[in-house]
Design a protein around this ligand. Structure first.
Ligand code: FMN
Length: 300
């Protein structure tokens, strides 16, 4: 039985990876789950310099998931290279570095430093506020997305995954723009924009007022978007959004995802990723599926 998948020339031993920002660089999780069982660890977003993140409170529980407005707090690429990459290299798993920035120049500065390391791929978070375009995210305008993808791709010595925001009218247009910009793969969905109000205090629960909505409740939206995006492009798709177990992951694969990422559920059960990988294998045995590729986009 074959569970391995190929994303832009990089082989993952199985299709299950961590969703950026929900697994750090695996330090704490490695004590609770075996990182060797994962197709890849996708690290928390890293920028050219340290980012402080947003004021607290910056997470809140909501029905079926959570809101977060962490604001991409990170220690900067130099610390990431010295501390996080050597740690992850001890495990038999791929490393996908998630990159954030406020401008094309910031993305490129980070990528140029990471080019010289042995991370396997980059995942570009284009949901970051774009300082040059009135803080609208790079991923919300197909022209900006395509131009940013082209610039990043030209600077990169590694395969580039473009992560798509679901906060758009047409996910198909964004997927096509990423492909036209030279992306080697796309991943989706990032968080939906949400809000929570404390009715007794008549105040916003998050200091930032809005936050990214993730967790089981977003899954039907994510499955639909993965279906639409994967049918629009030829490049592979990494699907995520509300995956709690192997059944959820298989839904994404049948919709057209070559690989899947587990995010918010890591906070509930740190072993979810490894359990999802084992559950996919059990499903393949049950239905006599020889190769995971037979399931990709197999919905009818
Ligand atoms: C606390 C938190 C932090 C996140 N940080 C990042 C990040 O740094 N970069 C990124 O691209 N996505 C980030 N995300 C989005 C997730 O990677 C994922 O796309 C989203 O949460 C949907 O998957 P889920 O429902 O399984 O969590 C973050 C999500 C959460 C909940």
């Amino acid at each position: 039985m074959n569970l391995s998948v190929n994303i832009a020339g990089v082989t993952l031993k199985n299709p299950v990876v961590t969703a950026s920002g929900t697994f750090g660089s695996g330090f704490e999780y490695s004590e609770m789950t075996d990182l060797n069982k994962l197709g890849a660890v996708v690290t928390k977003g890293v920028a050219n310099v340290p980012w402080e993140g947003n004021p607290t409170p910056r997470v809140a529980e909501v029905y079926g998931g959570m809101l977060n407005a962490i604001g991409l707090e990170n220690p900067g690429v130099d610390v990431f290279i010295e501390r996080d990459i050597p740690f992850l290299r001890k495990f038999d798993t791929r490393i996908i570095a998630n990159v954030c920035g406020h401008s094309v120049e910031e993305y490129i500065e980070t990528i140029e430093k990471l080019n010289e390391t042995d991370v396997d791929m980059f995942e570009m978070n284009f949901s970051c506020p774009n300082v040059k375009q009135g803080a609208i995210a790079f991923g919300q305008d197909p022209h900006v997305l395509e131009a940013t993808a082209k610039a990043v791709k030209a600077a990169s010595k590694k395969p580039v995954i473009i992560k798509l925001s679901p906060n758009v009218t047409s996910i198909k247009d964004m997927a096509l723009a990423a492909e036209a910009g030279g992306a080697d793969a796309i991943s989706l969905i990032n968080t939906l924009i949400g809000m929570k109000i404390d009715i007794n205090k008549r105040k916003f629960v998050l200091a930032n007022k809005t936050g990214g909505f993730s967790g089981p409740a977003v899954k039907p939206v994510a499955v639909r978007m993965v279906y639409e995006a994967s049918h629009a492009v030829k490049i592979p798709v990494i699907g995520m959004g509300g995956i709690s177990d192997a059944d959820d992951a298989i839904e994404f694969i049948l919709a057209g995802a070559t690989a899947v990422a587990v995010g918010t559920m890591n906070f509930i059960d740190p072993q979810t990723t490894a359990k999802v990988a084992a559950g996919i294998e059990a499903y393949m045995k049950k239905y006599n599926v020889e190769d995971i590729k037979e399931l990709v986009g197999a919905v009818s």
